[in-house]
Design a binder for this molecule. Structure first.
Ligand code: ASP
Length: 306
């Protein structure tokens, strides 16, 4: 195997041409291209898919318009509580964090959990303490503040809705999947979760098998959508199982899960996926999904709408 491929997303939802300005669209497309290049340059140089997905997600976390890292939404108490996971298909290695604040790049904390903690999922203050011990960068609350996110939170507070209702319309989680030249698959996902979320709510993103999954025998997947429904559907693992046990192609497995099983229970969203041969799928059942990929032939796609 001497090929590589990568796909990334910046969230799914009701993303309509009619509500987008040309300037904003250009900003999103540029951010997607930069993240894609950050990941692909590692793969092209023979690097690990694990490092490629981490680099792509760091780039997306640093872009303020996506709901991850810097652009994370406000929770009910006016804080930013982030979730992230990374998984390496070689030996099913995984690391994840949930409910963490002030860490600049949650995906790097998830990667450190995988590589250095001996555990899979760390939460809240304990995860932050581990990040400090690993000397990862932290930022003040002001780094995560944006007027747009604050206004969204105030609106959600006023209407007393958890963003699950309010933002059934838009999920800005970010993620990446990749196959490297050694045949190893990786997936990473990072999110601020839902605006106005309460009581330590955790979504699908940091849960291996739900929002993030990688298995060298099948595929790597990163999801975005209503986390509760993605957890209940065990979306990422289900796609892997359909491939492993029923011999379906990546596309067939994705179609069944995203366009049928999820739709049946009202699970809006989508995902990016790559299989062990480098085939890419980017299915979604919402109006749009910020997405980009570069396949084994080196051709690039950047898309937003259906
Ligand atoms: N899946 C994420 C969550 O439920 C939300 C998103 O995709 O934006 O936390």
């Amino acid at each position: 195997m001497n090929t590589c491929s990568i796909a990334i997303h910046g969230g799914a939802g009701t993303i309509l041409r009619s509500t987008m300005t040309a300037e904003l669209q250009q900003q999103y497309e540029q951010a997607l291209l930069e993240a894609l290049n950050a990941g692909h340059s590692i793969l092209a140089a023979g690097g690990r898919s694990l490092d490629a997905v981490a680099a792509a997600v760091v780039s997306l976390e640093d872009f303020p318009l996506f709901n991850a890292g810097k652009g994370s939404v406000f929770n009910n108490t006016g804080k930013h509580e982030m979730d992230a996971a990374i998984m390496y298909g070689d030996g099913l290695q995984a690391g994840a964090v949930c409910g963490v604040s002030n860490i600049k790049n949650p995906v790097l904390l998830a990667k450190a959990v995988m590589e250095h903690s001996g555990h899979v999922l760390l939460s809240g203050k304990g995860a932050e303490d581990f990040g400090r011990a690993q000397q990862l960068p932290f930022e003040d609350d002001s780094y995560f503040y944006s007027e747009q996110r604050y206004a969204q939170w105030q609106q959600a507070l006023k209407e007393d809705v958890v963003q699950l209702d309010h933002t059934v319309k838009k999920f800005g989680t970010v993620g990446a999947v990749a196959l490297d030249k050694q045949g190893n698959l990786s997936a990473a996902t990072s999110t601020g979760g839902l605006t106005n979320k309460k009581f330590g709510r955790v979504g699908d993103s940091p849960i291996p098998g739900a929002g993030t999954y990688a298995n060298n025998d099948t595929c790597a997947i990163s999801c975005t959508g209503v986390g509760e429904l993605f957890i209940r559907s065990v979306v990422a693992y289900d796609i892997s199982c359909l491939m492993e046990y029923r011999g379906l192609s990546l596309k067939e497995a994705c179609d069944i899960v995203v366009q049928h099983k999820l739709v049946k229970i009202g699970g809006e969203g989508g995902l990016v996926a790559v299989d062990k041969d480098g085939n890419i799928a980017m299915p979604f059942n919402s109006e749009g999904m910020y997405r980009a990929c570069r396949n084994t032939a080196g051709s690039t796609e950047i898309s937003i709408y259906r």
